[in-house]
Design a protein around this ligand. Structure first.
Ligand SMILES: [Zn+2]
Length: 63
């Protein structure tokens, strides 16, 4: 059984969607924004760690 309160702010949840998510719509929007932000940072880190060599290595592996 899922919680009837938002796990982030503790406010009572009113819609089935929020209840199944256990997060209210406002907190969910914030969470999504935070995750998107994190994703951007991760992509930057990946790019930073792997400079443009990968395409050449792929060509070698294909040949
Ligand atoms: Zn909340």
């Amino acid at each position: 059984m899922s919680s009837l309160y938002c796990v982030i702010c503790g406010r009572p949840l009113s819609t089935d969607e929020s209840i199944s998510r256990e997060i209210g719509p406002i907190c969910f929007a914030r969470l999504v924004a935070a995750l998107e932000h994190q994703k951007d940072h991760k992509n930057k880190y990946v790019r930073f760690e792997k400079p443009g060599r990968t395409s050449k290595e792929r060509e070698k592996a294909a040949a």
